[in-house]
Write a protein that binds this ligand. Structure first.
Ligand SMILES: C[S@@+](CC[C@H](N)C(=O)[O-])C[C@H]1O[C@@H](n2cnc3c(N)ncnc32)[C@H](O)[C@@H]1O
Length: 203
């Protein structure tokens, strides 16, 4: 996929942001990435990896990571940093809307991705994440939830605000090892509300 083929306005938004951050060397883990990092191990799939700060941190802790994102800027930056650090991260550009992993992983991560699809696609993605986790492995997922009023990064008609308990329901029967709700103020007196969950599949 070439930059001109970015799948929607949301990816354009992030591609521009990532170019600026890469130029400025801004590579800090965000709070959601920091929270899920200790739960990751083994073969890891990072969906919507962005600049790949979590992928690199997981690789530094011994994970072997496949990191996917539609943003060319993100993937170029991550591939360069992984090579420079000799870290086991494969970074690839991909449109993940209908992406189905071709194997199971010990850890499947999607921090801040699924909300950028209309709800049927978003929930289907969560189901595919669940199906791609090996017995004993984890899914680490973060989404925007109802009550969010900041719309600036969405493509109109192509986004999903999850229900407050959607992730817990989607991973029913798994052991919830981390669950947190956050609210952050956003431009124009709006708010972003997030749910972050790490759930472990039984062996
Ligand atoms: C909120 S950012 C999260 C990035 C990273 N996980 C993090 O926590 O910093 C959302 C990411 O989803 C990616 N994304 C959005 N729509 C996508 C699509 N259709 N296919 C692949 N990636 C997409 C964007 O490029 C961006 O990197």
């Amino acid at each position: 996929m070439m930059p001109a083929d970015l799948p929607n306005r949301s990816v354009e938004f992030f591609d521009t942001q990532f170019r600026r951050q890469a130029a400025a060397g801004e590579y800090a883990l965000n709070p959601f990435e920091q929270a899920v990092l200790p739960f990751l191990s083994g073969e890891t799939l990072d969906l919507g990896c962005g600049l790949g700060n979590l992928s690199l941190a997981a690789a530094a802790r011994g994970c072997m990571v496949l990191a996917l994102d539609a943003s060319a800027a993100a993937v170029e930056s991550l591939a360069g940093r992984a090579a420079a650090g000799v870290l086991p991260v494969q970074a690839r550009q991909a449109d993940l809307r209908n992406y189905a992993p071709s194997q199971e992983y010990d850890s499947v991560v999607a921090i801040g991705l699924a909300m950028f699809f209309a709800c049927p696609d978003a929930h289907a993605m969560i189901a595919r994440i669940r199906a791609a986790v090996r017995p004993g492995g984890v899914a680490a997922v973060n989404v925007l939830i109802e009550g969010t009023t900041f719309m600036g990064m969405f493509t109109p008609g192509d986004y999903c605000l999850f229900g407050e308990h959607s992730l817990e329901e989607a991973f029913a029967g798994w052991a919830v090892e981390y669950l947190k709700f956050d609210a952050f103020p956003a431009p124009g007196d709006t708010v972003k509300r997030f749910c972050t969950m790490v759930a472990r599949r039984s062996r």
